[in-house]
Design a protein around this ligand. Structure first.
Ligand SMILES: NC(=O)C1=CN([C@@H]2O[C@H](COP(=O)(O)OP(=O)(O)OC[C@H]3O[C@@H](n4cnc5c(N)ncnc54)[C@H](O)[C@@H]3O)[C@@H](O)[C@H]2O)C=CC1
Ligand SMILES: O=C(O)C(=O)COP(=O)(O)O
Length: 472
């Protein structure tokens, strides 16, 4: 919940004067107040956090947040409740407009469409943290972000069930050619057909990528009487009676339905191309609700025209329109018209995770993670920085400050940092690294106004520095 500014200011028992208050764009990146939201709700830790000291060297309304792609109301409410300035847009933005806007903000919230490339991020001089209000994080240059001290959070499984349910619906829809029958009726044609329409009971579903979504789908498919096989690059415990197969080819040769649930990576680009379609059973079906790059669409078009693939459902595309109402035409993807002309092909506008349940849950999860990061520097569940968390400072601990030092992971940094902190009592400290980047958090006591500036300047002068924040 939000802490009113006045209360936050006056309740702070620390002795640091507000003359140090600066814009959050400076290195005093600091929290307005502790999130009392969903994090560890009901736990001992949360009850302890209720007495947490409100860390706040600048006004909450100085924190500028840009939310794109219609982020759910739940997330917007949490962020606004903190007093942050929140700008909300329903669509994504073209690159030039995104670059203009991102220069000014400390936090950006996106979904799967907005591409935060190195080119865009290098303009984001004030950016502290990115919230992906979705599962996939392939749209963000995670490495560039980490190396520039920008944390990235997502929601790893809040929409998994929604995707799995959509796929179940599509399996039956394809098996019964429901899409075509419905279209014919809409056009006024009665066409009662049973040829090549099937029950799904007893058929084999091949799941490629047996993670959160793949394994959920496995449970649902078995409940409908299907046999499930799966292929994954790691060995994973089978759920129910499902069976892992050793290769993608083995899966393609055996499955009546193939459903893709892998992330977008260099290895999964065109995972299903001409050769793989050849391996599939005659008259089998393909479902792709993962990422558009995973299927070679021209090869799919050929396989469908040849009757090799009897039906397909596509929810994702290499290039997707920016907003509702935009056209899905050849300008965007050169094969769009060919695709639209095929029978028994379900085309959906990337709605796998688009349910009220999923979007509400994602809104809360990601907004809470952003608040925790802004307010306390906690990186728990970050996808690109080491996960670091320390218990909050409390009102019983006056004259304390929390130092956050994101730095290059090179030898000798801790010694230098601790030389700087040595004049104060380091009450608690934690440090962890991930690849080239390390994250250090220390709570120190006996800090005076001038100490804070000095500590910050000293840390900033180290050549290992990526970003320094001081919360007090
Ligand atoms: N259509 C939609 O609206 C949605 C699409 N997605 C997409 O679905 C993807 C999967 O989501 P989750 O199941 O949550 O991910 P996950 O990370 O839980 O599972 C992915 C699985 O794929 C496996 N994998 C990775 N590379 C592979 C390869 N080359 N071959 C075979 N297996 C491979 C991994 O080992 C892992 O088990 C996401 O990355 C996202 O791109 C996610 C949510 C909604
Ligand atoms: O969660 C994901 O990765 C998805 O693909 C769903 O994306 P969306 O939130 O609908 O843009």
């Amino acid at each position: 919940m939000a802490v009113p500014r006045d209360i936050a200011r006056t309740s702070s028992a620390n002795a640091v004067s507000y003359s140090l208050s600066v814009s959050p764009t400076a290195t005093f990146h600091s929290p307005p107040s502790s999130s009392q939201g969903g994090f560890m709700a009901g736990s001992l830790a949360q009850r302890a956090a209720a007495a947490a000291k409100q860390l706040k060297p600048f006004s909450t309304e100085d924190v500028k947040i840009l939310l794109l792609e219609n982020v759910n109301q739940t997330g917007r409410d949490i962020l606004k409740g903190q007093g942050y300035q929140v700008e909300f847009l329903k669509s994504s933005l073209p690159e030039d407009q995104l670059i203009e806007k991102i220069r000014d903000v400390h936090v950006i919230g996106i979904r799967s469409k907005t591409k935060l490339t190195a080119k865009v991020l290098q303009e984001a001089k004030n950016l502290l943290v990115i919230g992906c209000f979705c599962i996939g994080t392939n749209q963000v240059d995670l490495d560039y972000a980490a190396k520039h001290g920008i944390a990235v959070f997502n929601s790893p499984f809040a929409n998994s069930r929604s995707v799995a349910e959509l796929v179940i619906a599509e399996i039956i829809t394809l098996a019964r050619q429901l899409g075509d029958r419905s279209l014919e009726m809409h056009r006024g044609t009665w066409n009662k057909v049973s040829a090549k329409c099937w029950e799904i009971r007893g058929k084999t579903l091949g799941i490629v990528g047996y993670g959160h979504i793949g394994s959920q789908l496995s449970v649902l498919a078995e409940a409908m009487g299907m046999s499930v096989i799966y292929y994954d690059i790691v060995t994973l415990m089978a759920i129910g009676s499902a069976r892992q197969v050793p290769t993608l080819d083995a899966l393609l040769e055996e499955a009546d339905f193939v459903s893709l649930h892998v992330p977008e990576t260099p290895e999964t680009k065109n995972l299903l191309s001409a050769k793989q379609f050849e391996r599939m059973k005659d008259g089998s079906y393909l479902i792709n609700a993962s990422r558009g790059t995973v299927v070679d669409i021209p090869a799919l078009i050929k396989a469908m025209r040849a009757g090799k693939v009897a039906g397909a459902a596509l929810d994702v595309y290499p290039n997707e329109p920016a907003a509702n109402g935009d056209y899905f035409v050849n300008d965007l993807n050169s094969w769009a018209e060919d695709l639209r002309g095929l029978s028994n092909l379900i085309l959906t506008p990337h709605i796998g995770g688009s349910t009220e349940e999923a979007q509400r849950a994602i809104g809360v999860e990601v907004a809470d993670a952003l608040v925790r990061y802004i307010n306390q520097g906690t990186t728990l569940a970050s996808v690109n920085l080491p996960e670091v968390m320390m218990r909050s400072l409390t009102l019983e601990e006056p004259n304390h400050a929390r130092i956050i030092y994101i730095h290059r992971n090179v030898p000798g940094v801790l010694r230098k940092v601790n030389e700087i902190l040595a004049e104060h009592n380091v009450d608690k400290q934690i440090s962890d690294s991930k690849g080239d980047v390390a994250y250090l958090m220390a709570d120190i006591s006996d800090v005076k106004t001038e100490d804070i500036k000095e500590i910050r300047d000293s840390l900033d002068s180290l050549n290992s520095r990526i970003l320094t924040r001081v919360l007090y």
